[in-house]
Design a protein around this ligand. Structure first.
Ligand code: PRT
Ligand code: ZN
Length: 291
């Protein structure tokens, strides 16, 4: 194993699993250069004082809480289950899933209240117990480490609580979602020690890079042309970060406008712009955005 430089930040990521590809993509988009071939357990970034440590996701909370590593990327679901002593820094906007209560398709159960006194199989016993307690529904919770979906068919439980993303695993196992316990996504975590020690400045630099990638995801860069008389209307429609950039075109009385538009308002805004007379609208993805 290569030597770990103690001055560098250490980040634990999932070695092989559902979060791995998107985590590595996110780090690369943040401008970090490093190796990530399968057998690798450790990689030093070439262009940032950061060591990446590849581990099982279940080990990440302990590694971070104990200060073995400074940072970790894992699913919020694991934090909800284990409540380790860590600090959450950022939601990373990938790895989306929900912890879901499901029952057999033909079951007559329509409401979680009807699960009173029933047995529920899950790999998330703490989250499950908490959820049913909060809802004042006494249930029996059995902890199963994998293939939770087959528990009802085996007669082990009348319902399950498991992670879902597309919902196709539920359908495949003749199950039907009843309600959601919580939503989850990948998150960046750290510990109190790193927030205070000599690595604090490095951490801030890294977070600024991460935030740049995350903000860019939420915005699109938009260019359009418009005659002078509609410029005031356009400026009103564009809720851009600051004012848009306006420059005159070769055709007299026409202008080119450049701005950024938030993804969630995108189509609404584009339609309004067209309606007031903007034309030649071009939309580009933004790679990074430092606000
Ligand atoms: O080996 P290691 O311990 O590191 O990995 P793991 O097997 O414990 O975890 P892994 O790779 O399965 O998941 C890692 C993280 O991905 C989870 O902790 C979640 O934060 C996130 N994630 C996102 C998911 C899903 N989506 C997901 N759909 N984790 C698991 N699933 C499973 C779910 O358990 C069920 O079996 O996928 C199935 C349902 O998927 P759909 O799409 O059919 O609904
Ligand atoms: Zn795991």
């Amino acid at each position: 194993m290569a030597n770990i430089n103690d001055k560098n930040l250490k980040l634990a990521v999932q070695k092989q699993g559902r979060l791995t590809d998107e985590t590595l993509e996110f780090l690369r988009k943040s401008g970090l250069e490093f190796e990530s071939y399968k057998q690798r357990l450790l990689a030093s970034c070439r262009n940032f004082p950061l060591e990446i440590i590849y581990v099982r996701d279940d080990d990440i909370p302990d590694y971070v809480a104990s200060g073995t590593v400074d940072l970790g990327i894992l699913g919020q679901n694991i934090l909800n289950e284990e409540s380790p002593k860590i600090k959450k820094l950022l939601n990373l906007r990938y790895g989306f899933c929900s912890l879901t209560v499901a029952v057999p398709k033909e079951s007559e159960i329509k409401d979680i209240k009807e699960l009173k006194g029933k047995t529920i199989a899950t790999s998330y016993p703490e989250s499950t117990k908490r959820f049913f307690k909060e809802n004042n529904i006494p249930v029996e919770v059995v902890n199963i480490s994998g293939s939770v979906e087959i528990a009802p068919a085996l007669g082990v439980a009348q319902a399950i609580v498991d992670l879902t993303s597309t919902g196709s695993t539920l359908v495949l196992n003749d199950l039907r979602a009843l309600t959601k316990v919580y939503d989850s996504e990948a998150v960046l975590i750290t510990n109190e020690k790193t927030l205070k020690n000599h690595k604090k400045d490095l951490l801030e630099k890294l977070i600024m890079r991460f935030k740049g990638v995350l903000s860019a995801k939420d915005y699109k860069y938009v260019m359009m042309n418009a005659p002078e008389k509609v410029l005031p209307k356009i400026k009103k429609i564009i809720p851009g970060l600051k004012s848009p950039t306006v420059s005159s075109l070769a055709t007299k009385g026409w202008f080119s406008i450049q701005t950024v538009i938030k993804e969630d308002m995108f189509w609404e805004t584009i339609e309004k712009l067209k309606n007031v007379g903007a034309s030649g609208i071009i939309v580009l993805p933004i790679e990074k955005m430092i606000i």
